[in-house]
Design a protein around this ligand. Structure first.
Ligand code: KG4
Ligand code: ZN
Length: 324
């Protein structure tokens, strides 16, 4: 985090270099903390995709090396499917089978998508972002407001109890009929880059009108809260449309942004009004974590030896489709 902070976001090359430096120690510490012997490990699971190739390569190569040297199966896990699985990790969670039909929304610093699931592992993509992810939008807004990185948690904290009395921010909707979403309905897809531009324009206008910069804490909090509200509204509006289309009985939200208190509040409001069961991960399982990878791997099939070594990372990998 400290290395990314000066840049206001994750810099892929910095991330992969840091991963390469620490991966060995992290794995050794995990095994030591778990109080197990290397020989106790029966399978190794890793994120094969989607994501930034340079970072995926570090973890995936380590997983391959470990599996092959231990002679155990290697299980390739889709990172987005694992974020969905994070809502099932708690002992009190229903089983995935009990939660079908399900609408699953994954919101992180790198991904924002909505899926319809009629059976576990059966994903139909209903929505995705055409530009920034929701977390990325919050991080960029925080950078413009001088709040540091990662911005999502700070915006969440300073927005609490702040009155929304200002102009608000527009919903980044995509023109009907636009080809940019491919086979997906443009009304369902997300666009967050315009929001960031709207914030920049707002700040420039305020400066031109003589408002003192940097803004006061109260003014910063008000604008941050309005920005957060626009992001949360964009997410929940499409999640609700997805519930309409599918008639699903459950809504699952996973990924770092699912920690956001306003999003949780709004999701609870929507689900209780619609009599839909809301599934949220425990806070410790919301961000990128190994438990969700291991949890999902428990249901997967592994490969061994040469076959494991030959599996490359898959930076683009749509949930529910075979990795290519
Ligand atoms: O899933 P995650 O840990 O990593 C990625 O795969 O990106 O998500 C990180 C993202 C960051 O953009 C961060 O600002 C955002 O999640 N985030 C939050 C909150 N906590 C983390 N966004 C809004 N409110 C929060 N409380
Ligand atoms: Zn993630």
């Amino acid at each position: 985090m400290d290395k990314h902070k000066p840049h206001g976001g994750v810099v892929p090359e910095i991330a992969s270099r840091c991963h390469a430096e620490v991966i060995r120690d992290v794995v050794e510490k995990a095994v030591a903390d778990a109080g197990i012997a290397w020989s106790d490990i029966s399978a190794v699971a890793g994120t094969r995709g989607p994501g930034l190739a340079s970072s995926l390569l570090v973890g995936w190569s380590a997983a391959k090396g470990l599996a092959v040297s231990l002679g155990c199966p290697l299980v390739a896990v889709n990172h987005i499917e694992a974020h969905v699985h994070s809502v099932f990790l708690d002992r009190e969670s229903p089983s995935p089978e009990e939660a079908m039909p399900l609408v699953a929304m994954t919101v992180s610093g790198g991904h924002t998508s909505i899926f319809s699931m009629t059976g576990y592992g059966k994903y139909e993509t209903l929505a995705r972002t055409i530009d920034d992810a929701a977390g990325e939008a919050l991080d960029k807004a925080a950078k413009l407001l001088g709040l540091g990185y990662p911005g999502g948690p700070v915006i969440d904290r300073i927005s609490k109890g702040t009155e929304l009395s200002g102009e608000g921010f527009p919903d980044g909707h995509i023109k009907p009929g636009s080809a940019i979403c491919g086979s997906l309905d443009p009304a369902m897809c997300f666009s967050f880059s315009g929001l960031k531009t709207a914030l920049l324009r707002r700040l420039q206008k305020m400066a031109a009108e003589g408002v003192a910069m940097p803004l006061s804490d109260a003014e910063t909090a008000r604008i941050a809260a309005e920005f957060q509200e626009a992001v949360v509204n964009a997410l929940m509006k499409r999640a609700e449309k997805a519930l309409d289309i599918t008639g699903a009985s459950h809504l699952a939200i996973g990924g770092g942004v699912s920690l956001n208190s306003r999003l949780r509040e709004k999701a609870e409001e929507v689900c209780s009004r619609r009599k839909v069961t809301l599934l949220l991960a425990k806070p410790k399982y919301c961000g990128d974590n190994a438990a969700m990878i291991a949890g999902l791997a428990g249901t997967g099939q592994g490969v061994r030896g040469e076959e494991a070594i030959s599996l490359d990372v898959t930076p683009v990998w749509t949930p529910g489709t075979p990795a290519r």
